[in-house]
Design a binder for this molecule. Structure first.
Ligand code: ZDP
Length: 281
């Protein structure tokens, strides 16, 4: 069977999008998604995203498989890509449109601006240890500036869930962190029962953070939208950053606002079509 796809990227975090509006079941299985994401044997991508029919309160449902076949609750860069993909499917390219998307992390609302940027209401951050989840500290406590031993070294971490788990460490020089070796040790550390996305953050200014990410289920990626949101929340909780802040990732910048009025996090950034094609499954 041949399945049509569109490849999108947001700051170099790249996804294979599938029009799955006809069925509640994703068109391909997690192990096929792994093959499709392979950069040598497949199409290449950090994940596969399915546009499924909406629920009573939403226009569409998003499901995503990471490149290792696992299923995360949410994906910030991916939902910007998904909004652009839906606009193209609906013939609404270059128009201002807003969609309500059901995800495993609740309802997320991306808004496309006519000039192409996408602003996403990412919802409220979850801060309690049990919600992240992590066993660092007691279940109903925030996890701010906690120490954890990883790879024989003590690290001071702050954990935030944007629907998916993130563990942030503030460092002097983000580029000096050996991400490929230390990243997986954080991801699979026993204090994170659902594994974790791992971010190393350097404060350039309170309104400008530099971040590198090791993603759960995907490894080193050029950007992570949920991670950029979690990073600013961690920056505010530790007194290191403003609530309105630019996050510089290897693939470019995202603009993040953690609203004092409604406690929600808003993320603004690009998403672009790379190519379309079809592949067998
Ligand atoms: O939580 C996870 O397992 C992540 N790998 C999901 C993907 C997050 C993403 N990079 C983002 O932008 O939020 C897509």
């Amino acid at each position: 069977m041949s399945i049509a796809f569109s490849k999108y990227q947001g700051l170099g975090n790249d996804f294979i999008l599938i029009d799955n509006r006809h069925s509640d079941t994703p068109a391909i299985e997690p192990d096929e998604a792994m093959m499709w994401c392979d950069r040598h044997f497949g199409i290449g991508g950090d994940g596969v995203i399915f546009v499924l029919p909406g629920t009573a309160d939403t226009d569409y449902t998003m499901r995503i498989f990471n490149s290792d076949g696992s299923e995360p609750e949410m994906c910030g860069n991916g939902i910007r890509c998904m909004a652009k993909f839906i606009a193209a499917l609906e013939g609404k390219t270059d128009l201002a449109v807003t969609y309500k998307i059901q995800t495993l992390a609740g309802i997320i609302t991306p808004e496309i601006f006519p000039e192409g940027q996408v602003r996403v209401d990412m919802g409220e951050p979850r801060l309690l240890a049990a919600e992240i989840p992590t066993t660092l500290g007691t279940p109903d406590d925030k996890v701010v500036d906690r120490s954890v031993e990883v790879d024989g070294k003590s690290w001071t971490v702050t954990c935030v869930s944007m629907g998916n788990p993130h563990c942030m460490t503030f460092v002097e020089d983000a580029n000096a962190i050996p991400l490929a070796t230390i990243g997986p040790k954080f991801e699979c550390h026993p204090v994170f029962p659902q594994r974790t996305n791992t971010e190393f953050v350097q404060v350039i200014r309170p309104d400008y953070l530099r971040m590198r990410v090791w993603e759960r289920g995907a490894g080193i990626t050029l950007a992570c939208g949920t991670g950029a949101c979690a990073t600013v929340v961690a920056g505010v909780l530790t007194g290191k950053s403003d609530r309105n802040c630019t996050v510089e990732l290897p693939g470019g910048c995202l603009y993040i606002e953690w609203s004092i009025e409604d406690n929600r996090v808003y993320m603004t950034g690009p998403a672009e079509l790379v190519f379309t094609g079809s592949a067998s499954a």
